[in-house]
Design a protein around this ligand. Structure first.
Ligand code: SAH
Length: 251
């Protein structure tokens, strides 16, 4: 089940941190590492800091974008060392561990996303995540070393997993269909944005955080596959009406 939880490191500069993250993961039983455009990898420093977690490093998947790193995931949790301008659903590390384990147990793929050493994650990257997690550190010195942050969250995942091992199996929600994955959600947001431009609800010159707010709304809703096809169908028909093409309305 822990294999359904991947750790995503975005644009890491220091290979030592990649090795440190791999070690932290393996200590806690996590094995899936995804690297988005690391500056220097593979590297001797990474292997040195991994000290024995070479299998995690060897199995690391290197990809070109965060979007690629999230393919197949239905839950992404982004980390942030500080507050951002647009408020977002927040989890503390304990809740993050519990949520990741609870959702991974139903077969979903989960991503924990970590940012750059110097700049963290961009707002755009954070808005691709359903939740944000902040490790409640000293406000005057809030930023942990990247591998240390991975360690804290991996530990919380392990604690939640150990608790779940001892708990009786939960009955799955009867009505829950398979959730839309993040890549399906991305295609939906793309379609939604185009449609909103077609009906002139969204002015590309003055977007006013509209798409970010809609991402936050839909991200809260745990949209399943059949709901997704309804939403896509609505957009397709809306676009036809807006463009004056033949459509389902009879008038
Ligand atoms: N100067 C950057 C700090 C990045 S620290 C900034 O202000 O955002 C590098 C990464 O470690 C972060 O992107 C995050 O993934 C993780 N991290 C560090 N401190 C954290 C904290 N207190 N809570 C959650 N993640 C943290």
């Amino acid at each position: 089940m822990l294999q359904n939880i991947r750790v995503v490191l975005v644009n890491t500069s220091h290979p030592g941190n990649i090795g440190g993250a791999a070690r932290a993961m393996k200590n806690m039983g996590l094995s899936r590492l995804v690297l988005v455009q690391p500056l220097d990898f593979p590297a001797a420093d990474a292997s040195a800091r991994a000290s024995g977690a070479d299998d995690v490093l060897d199995g690391a998947q290197v990809v070109g974008s965060l979007e690629e790193a999230l393919v197949g995931c239905s839950l992404a949790i982004g980390t942030s060392a500080r507050d951002r301008s647009l408020p977002w659903p927040m989890l503390d590390p304990r809740e993050c561990g519990a949520k990741a384990v609870e959702r991974a147990a139903t077969g979903e793929e989960i991503a924990l996303v970590f940012g750059r050493e110097h700049a963290g994650l961009t707002n755009d990257e954070l808005q691709r995540c359903h939740f944000h997690v902040h490790i409640p550190s000293n406000p005057d010195f809030s930023s942990l070393n990247l591998a240390a942050a991975v360690q804290v969250l991996a530990y919380e995942v392990r604690m939640a997993w150990l608790t779940e091992q001892g708990a009786p199996a939960k009955v799955e929600k009867a009505d829950a269909g398979e959730l839309a994955t993040l890549d399906e959600m991305e295609r939906f947001y793309d379609h939604l944005e185009k449609t909103l431009v077609d009906i002139a609800f969204l002015d590309p010159e003055k977007p006013k955080h509209l798409m970010a707010r809609l991402r936050r709304l839909y991200g809260r809703s745990a949209v399943d596959r059949s709901e997704m096809s309804i939403l896509r169908g609505i957009l397709t028909e809306t676009q036809k009406v807006a463009r004056g093409e033949p459509h389902k309305r009879k008038d």
